[in-house]
Design a protein around this ligand. Sequence first.
Ligand code: TXA
Ligand code: MG
Length: 321
Amino acid sequence: MLHIAEASPKAISLAARIIRTGGLVAFPTETVYGLGANATDGEAVARIFEAKGRPRFNPLIVHVANREDAEQLAIFNGDAKRLADAFWPGPLTLVLPRRADAQLSDLVSAGLPTVALRVPGHDVARQLIIAAGVPIAAPSANPSGRISPTTAFHVTTDLGDKVDMILNGGPCAQGLESTIVSFVKDEPVLLRAGAVTRSAIEDVLGRAFIIGYLHEKPQAPGMLESHYAPRAHLRLDVQTPEPHEAYLGFGVFRDGGGPYLNLSESGNLREAAANLFAYLRSLDIEAVGTIAVAPIPMDGLGEAINDRLRRAAVSRSTTRT
Ligand code: TXA
Ligand code: MG
């Protein structure tokens, strides 16, 4: 049942409980409304993609309460610290190398070794993060392909039946998504223009910086350099693997003896999405030449799972430099 509430302390603590127990809460930030879930819980994160109807697993922004909490999850260099101190809380997202021991689901960063972090500058958002006691993964709370919501009413009409609760904190002050700066390369790269201007960032950095590709544009499968690509070759839609192959199963399968992991024995697509990146990575570490993958149905989250598997299968055969 949908629960829409004014963002009172009581409503925020209920919302925090929903987040902690794996549910979805739409909440206001200073930029746009976010569709939040517990970033440490893979199945909760899978529900975000399900609710948005995203045909692909894009990495999500993880929202935290302050820089100290952010440093538990990612590695900051000096410039990243300077930007965080200048603009947090506020509409700036930093993409940083993810700590190996970060308590985050693999799905939240779509299997990448990086993570996007932001400390929102909206009281309701920060109170929610603090009350939940976990980092909150949140894309904009719109269905895939629609524009970002800047009022609780937009969320109600767009996603109303798909979220467990909507916190109403009034219209968003900025109405424009956060600016995204990546620190994954040696030099900072602007991945998305947004509420914090380029010149404001350059004033803090003390120099001009690079504009990256607009990563929201569709790209050819496997060509997106930020995509996780296994070293092993992927063979898709395989019912019965060859003896030399590792096998990534889905649903009922009798183990053939080789390296084998099952995305979901019960055939649950949410569970499969939550396991996808971690399992691909583990089978890849077994260093076999080929990972055979079971057929995954195309309904619901299956479309995004299949999209990611196809990209991973193509990227191996594409020349990478
Ligand atoms: O203002 C905002 O940033 C809002 C509020 C809710 O915080 N959120 C938002 O999220 O706009 P979303 O998912 O609609 O856009 C996030 C963008 C995506 O284009 C995604 O590709 C990029 O951030 N992104 C997330 N993690 C990334 C990573 N590790 N590397 C590169 N890009 C990343
Ligand atoms: Mg969006």
